[in-house]
Design a protein around this ligand. Structure first.
Ligand code: AMP
Ligand code: GLY
Length: 422
């Protein structure tokens, strides 16, 4: 099979690494890719926003299957254009990608299908939103409706904080994404991420993970795209996985099909495990970054037929095997991230991959042939172990061998799981 992978992050490096091991793969292309992905794929310069150009490339190079990594092209409808041109694609239609693209859309599905989630209301103006917050009291959660790169959510511990967040949204802090606001009850519990493939009619549970959203040790400082992750999430017992499938994933899949927009791709459910059980915080319609990196380290099965089964509706005919050994990844980021940071800082040495240990590239580039950091999140140092503690020790030993002066990382990735192991 000839495959085109779209994206350029650590997630896509992990996908490329795993796809490249498939006996069914004949050639892998990546657009735009990164220097790590270049080890597994031919990089191509393609304007991803120009869907017709992507189709033309697929025709020229006889691409059989397109795997879309990030959400933005999906929300923009790249899967629709490819399917209309008879190119198989991993990833949902624009209509189905609304599960990530619009928080209000997802909340309405939850209400209609009785999916456990925080009680909510949608607002298109500040006065009504504020009156609702005053009536409900704090803690309460204020969310910009649309895609806001993970920054559109305020978990307000006081009413004043919530009122300020409402002003931010309607005053344009998140652009178009904030034209509508969802106000939601605060859920108390432990967070976990759940990944599940779906072909529109069948669902195949993959694995669980936990990430670390805050930039600083001890979960302090501003939110980021994720500073590290591990899999599996100990809080996701077999019982919680079964309940998530039955109470959250299956009704969503049914709801999407009944609404005429069957979902094909990966459900990434952000869950809060409360005293009542799993409740949905949000859906993403693509793999998590860096959660994908730890998932790929644990996946024993060939990835390509699993993703392809999503595209052709045969997910009931495949299974996924996982290593019981946990995997953990530490994100190395440019100093200053998630604020502003210097670009093109040199990375002078990377450790070699070992058995169950690997450095995935995210925001890296080549400048005059030398490796440089081009983004906020730059490297994902990943390792497996018999325990989370062992995976953590191995990942940090590897991170210590990276020679990159402008890089930093959290020192406590995995703390919650390691506490449990004690
Ligand atoms: P989201 O972008 O929806 O994942 O929200 C970002 C983060 O805000 C989540 O990972 C949670 O930590 C937190 N959060 C979102 N919604 C709620 C909620 N209803 N209750 C408590 N925390 C929440
Ligand atoms: N790490 C969180 C995300 O990919 O959305």
């Amino acid at each position: 099979m000839r495959v085109l992978l779209i994206g350029s992050g650590g997630r896509e490096h992990a996908l490329a690494w795993k796809l490249a091991q498939s006996p069914e793969l004949t050639e892998l292309f990546a657009a735009p890719g990164n220097p790590g992905i270049a080890g597994h794929a031919t990089l191509v310069t393609l304007d991803i926003d120009n869907h017709d150009a992507v189709v033309a490339f697929c025709r020229e190079r006889a691409i059989d299957f397109v795997v879309v990594g990030p959400e933005a092209p999906l929300v923009a409808g790249i899967a629709d254009t490819l399917r209309a041109a008879s190119v198989a694609v991993f990833g949902p239609s624009a209509a189905a990608a609304q599960l990530e693209g619009s928080k209000g859309f997802t909340k309405d599905i939850c209400a209609r299908y009785d999916i456990p989630t925080g009680a909510y209301q949608r607002f298109n103006n500040a006065p009504k939103a504020k009156a609702y917050v005053r009536a409900q009291g704090a803690p309460i959660v204020v969310k910009a409706d649309g895609l806001a790169a993970g920054k559109g959510v305020t978990v307000a511990m006081t009413v004043d904080e919530a009122l300020a967040a409402i002003d931010d949204c309607f005053e344009g802090a998140f652009g178009e994404a904030g034209a509508e606001v969802v106000i939601e009850a605060y859920l108390d519990g432990e967070e976990a991420s759940f990944f599940c493939l779906c072909d529109g009619k069948h669902a195949l549970a993959l694995a669980t993970a936990q990430d670390h959203k805050r930039v600083g040790d001890g979960d302090t400082g501003p939110n980021t795209g994720g500073m590290g992750a591990y899999s599996p999430a100990p809080v996701m017992t077999q019982e919680m996985v079964e309940r998530t499938m039955k109470e959250i994933i299956e009704p969503t899949m049914r709801g999407m099909a009944e609404s005429g927009h069957p979902f094909s791709g990966v459900f990434f459910a952000g869950l809060m495990i409360t005293a009542k059980g799993p409740e949905l915080i949000e859906y993403n319609v693509r793999f998590g970054d860096p959660e994908c990196q730890v998932l790929m380290m644990r996946l024993k099965s060939d990835l390509l037929p699993l993703l392809y089964a999503c595209a052709n509706g045969t997910l009931d005919q495949v299974t996924a095997e996982w290593s019981d050994d946990p995997a953990l990844t530490v994100v190395m980021a440019s100093k200053g991230y998630p604020g502003s940071y210097a670009k093109n800082t040199p990375i002078s040495a990377l450790p070699a991959d070992g058995e169950g240990a690997k450095v995935f590239h995210a925001g890296t580039g080549l400048k005059d042939g030398a490796l440089v950091a081009t983004g906020g999140r730059v490297l994902n140092v990943t390792a497996t172990g018999k325990t989370v503690r062992e995976a953590k020790e191995r990942a940090y030993a590897l991170a210590g061998k990276v020679k990159w002066e402008n890089g930093f990382y959290r020192n406590d990735i995995g703390w919650r799981a390691i506490e449990r192991e004690k």
